[in-house]
Every structure is written in structure tokens, then in C-alpha cells.
Write a new protein. Structure first.
Length: 242
């Protein structure tokens, strides 16, 4: 059977039989993959620990009739241990990999792979608040999928901003004329924080007030789940930690 090699991030696993696992991965060159890792639940497994969620690995697979088979796995980024020892990092990482798992095949691009790897690396090092890293990841993941929120111009009519209305169903910030009655309003500081999270301007992100951070997180969660057309269950466990 033909074999192929790729770099992957492990998104989730579930048991198969007595000793095997099915591993769902986001790969650099082949999109999302589901493959069987045989014998990884045995203590004698050579690569079981390299195929846990949040791990980045170079894997060799061969094409099976229904599911591919993992033949070899070499660690490229062992982020799981550092993430798992901090609750805020752990829950943020779960929300990130769940979001990546929600991407359709056309959206599972090399750029999405690199974005997820960078986010998990930043979480493992504690570079910034875990919720801020997650929020930046979610905004950028949506942008890579073609759903970047409008922040500088009205998302509906294109009128130059700044605008204080923010309607996720309309694509972001909206002017007074386009905002439906009763639409939520976002403080200018919150909109500025959304811009900083999108651009990776971490000095501005780290200096944001707690109220702006909480408001931005709420908008990002609603916006992401609206465009994915399903909820991200892990977000209910994520806290805004400064």
C-alpha cells in the first residue's frame, strides 16, 4: 500500500478495540486526517505519547481501505505537558483544537495548520494570557476561512468607521443606519482590542482593561460559533484570566 509523510497536530483521539486509537489530526499538506494508531494504548507502544491531543508530530502513514494507518510518529512539538498543568491553557487549547476540527476540508489549509501550531506553542510557553491567545487564534482562523470581521468599515454598507454597533450575523461592526433595533454596542476600546488581536499587536492586547477583554471575548465567541454554524463546547469552560 502507498505510504506518505506529513506534519500534524493531534486534535482528538478515541478508543478503538482493546489497544488501538483513532486519531484525528490537522496536517500541513493533506488537510484533516483520521487514522488508526495500532497498539498505542499498550505501555510498550513506541509512539503512543506522541499522538495525544495538542502534540505536533511528523507521521508516516499508509493508505488503508477505510482509514489510514499510522506507522511512525516523531515528536516535533511536545506542548501537551506544559498546557495540561495549567487549567486556563488547557481549556483554551481544547477550544482551539475543537475549532480546528470544525473546519471543513476546503478550510483545512497549510495556513490553518501553522496558525494552530503557533497558538499551541504560545500557550505552552505562557507568552500571554491564555484567553487572549485563544481569542487571537479564533479571529485569525475565521479570517483564513474568509470570515474576517469588519472592524474599520460598516460590514453591511461599507461606510467608513469607527462604528459602535457590532452584529455577528452581519459580519462585524455596523453603522447606525444598518444596525437592527436593539443591536449590541461595542465600546471603541473593545473594537480597538479586536483589531489588536487580529493583527497580533501584543503590547496593546496585554495592556487592555479587564472590561474590554471580557467584551471582546464574548463577541469573538459569538462570531466564531455563528460562522461555524455550531457551538464550540470547550468555550463554556474557558475563563477570562488576566
Amino acid at each position: 500500500m502507498p505510504t506518505y509523510r506529513d506534519e500534524v497536530v493531534v486534535l482528538r483521539t478515541h478508543k478503538l478495540g482493546e489497544a488501538d486509537r483513532i486519531v484525528t489530526m490537522l496536517s500541513r499538506r493533506h488537510g484533516k486526517l483520521r487514522a488508526v494508531a495500532k497498539g498505542v494504548r499498550r505501555t510498550s507502544s513506541r509512539f503512543g505519547s506522541r499522538l495525544e491531543p495538542f502534540m505536533v508530530a511528523d507521521v508516516l502513514l499508509y493508505e488503508g481501505r477505510s482509514l489510514d494507518i499510522v506507522q511512525q510518529a516523531d515528536s516535533l512539538g511536545a506542548y501537551g505537558a506544559e498546557i495540561a498543568t495549567h487549567y486556563d491553557r488547557y481549556t483554551a487549547a481544547h477550544a482551539m483544537v475543537e475549532t480546528a476540527d470544525r473546519l471543513n476540508e476546503a478550510e483545512a489549509t497549510p495556513q490553518q495548520y501553522l496558525l494552530l501550531v503557533g497558538g499551541l506553542r504560545a500557550l505552552s510557553r505562557g507568552d500571554h494570557a491564555a484567553r487572549a491567545i485563544l481569542d487571537s487564534y479564533l479571529l485569525r482562523a475565521m479570517a483564513l476561512s474568509g470570515w474576517a470581521p469588519g472592524l474599520d468599515e460598516c460590514a453591511r454598507c461599507g461606510r467608513p468607521g469607527p462604528h459602535e454597533g457590532f452584529v455577528v450575523q452581519l459580519g462585524g461592526a455596523v453603522c447606525v443606519s444598518c444596525a437592527p433595533a436593539g443591536s449590541p454596542r461595542a465600546h471603541p476600546e473593545t473594537i480597538a482590542l479586536l483589531r489588536a488581536l487580529m493583527a497580533g499587536e501584543w503590547d496593546a492586547v496585554d495592556a487592555a482593561t479587564a472590561s474590554a477583554t471580557a467584551a471582546a471575548s464574548g463577541l469573538i465567541a459569538a462570531y466564531t460559533q455563528w460562522h461555524l454554524e455550531r457551538g464550540i463546547r470547550s468555550l463554556s469552560h474557558v475563563e477570562t484570566v488576566r
